[in-house]
Design a protein around this ligand. Structure first.
Ligand SMILES: Nc1ncnc2c1ncn2[C@@H]1O[C@H](COP(=O)(O)OP(=O)(O)O)[C@@H](O)[C@H]1O
Ligand SMILES: [Mg+2]
Length: 285
């Protein structure tokens, strides 16, 4: 088996995956996404080596469309295009989770600044606003009053990105200053960690200075997390869970290109090695 890891920036994670695959005796290539190209002519794609591919691009759309090209060439990619498409878009994830009856925060969508304002008037505060596509907590804002609504509207109006007129608004979950990141491969949680928010920061992302601690994998956690991972199509995923004071565990996000540097500092499990074992099991299927 030849394994190819597609990346656009070599992080700790890609180096770890590469090393752990080599340690297992797997012929492994690190492929920079930036210089590669594809053709609709199947015979002109000989330069793309590999029997199975791990999609690790940081850029969501770059990764998504490379996966589409690889699947066109009948390659196995982890994660699949459909999984990547759902997880890379918070609106799509919320709809799938709700449809699958998986506990998740109540979420609302509007398609103009005016209807966003109307919605917040109707719902009251506090609320949470998120970009449809994004990670590391970027653009995830708590909205606590009308003044913030007006500032956001003004900012969004000046921004002409294709998605800036779409407003993703969520109930604010009453939770401790932490959430739970579960790293999943197939139907198993490899490891679960608490992410505690940094001082003066509401978001718990490690990219926002959050620190990590080991979390127990309870039966309750396992059940909801595996159900959520399965609902979006499975693979290697980061399933993020909040502990809601009222509803118990709720899933707020599923990452299709999961980082695990913070988790590996506290986890007793060799995360990259477990991921490679999962890749092997998919290859043999
Ligand atoms: N509805 C919510 N209620 C309370 N905290 C939230 C809510 N949604 C997000 N957060 C906090 O913000 C962080 C980032 O939100 P998330 O949806 O995971 O976006 P990102 O993809 O940028 O990580 C979460 O890890 C959590 O700490
Ligand atoms: Mg997140």
């Amino acid at each position: 088996m030849e394994l190819s890891i597609i990346y656009d920036k070599l992080r700790f994670e890609e180096k770890e995956l590469h090393q752990k695959a080599i340690n297992k005796g797997i012929s492994t290539h690190l492929i920079d996404a930036k210089p590669i190209s594809f053709s609709t002519d199947i015979n002109q794609n000989n330069s793309i080596k590999g029997d199975i591919f791990l999609q690790r691009c940081i850029s969501h759309f770059r990764g998504l469309y490379i996966t589409s090209c690889l699947e066109y060439l009948n390659h196995k990619v982890i994660n699949k295009y459909n999984v990547n498409e759902i997880c890379g878009n918070k609106l799509r994830t919320s709809l799938i989770l709700a449809k699958s009856k998986i506990p998740s925060p109540k979420t609302y969508f509007t398609f103009s600044a005016e209807s966003f304002k109307e919605l917040t008037n109707k719902l009251g505060f506090p609320l949470v606003l998120k970009p449809l596509v994004g990670s590391w907590g970027r653009g995830v804002f708590p909205i606590r009053n009308e003044e913030t609504v007006n500032i956001i509207m003004e900012m969004r109006e000046e921004n002409d990105s294709a998605l800036s007129r779409i407003y993703y608004v969520q109930e604010m979950i009453k939770r401790p200053p932490r959430d739970i990141r579960c790293i999943v491969a197939g139907d198993q949680i490899i490891t679960a960690i608490y992410r505690y928010s940094a001082v003066g920061e509401w978001r718990t992302n490690v990219a926002r200075g959050g620190h990590t601690g080991l979390a127990p994998i309870t039966h309750e956690l396992e059940e909801v997390v595996i159900k959520a991972a399965t609902a979006v199509g499975g693979g290697i995923l980061g399933v993020d869970v909040m502990e809601d004071e009222n509803q118990g565990l709720v899933i707020h996000e599923i990452n299709s290109n999961v980082e695990f540097r913070g988790a590996s500092q506290v986890s007793k499990v060799d995360i990259a090695n477990s991921m490679i074992e999962y890749v092997l099991s998919i290859f043999k299927k």
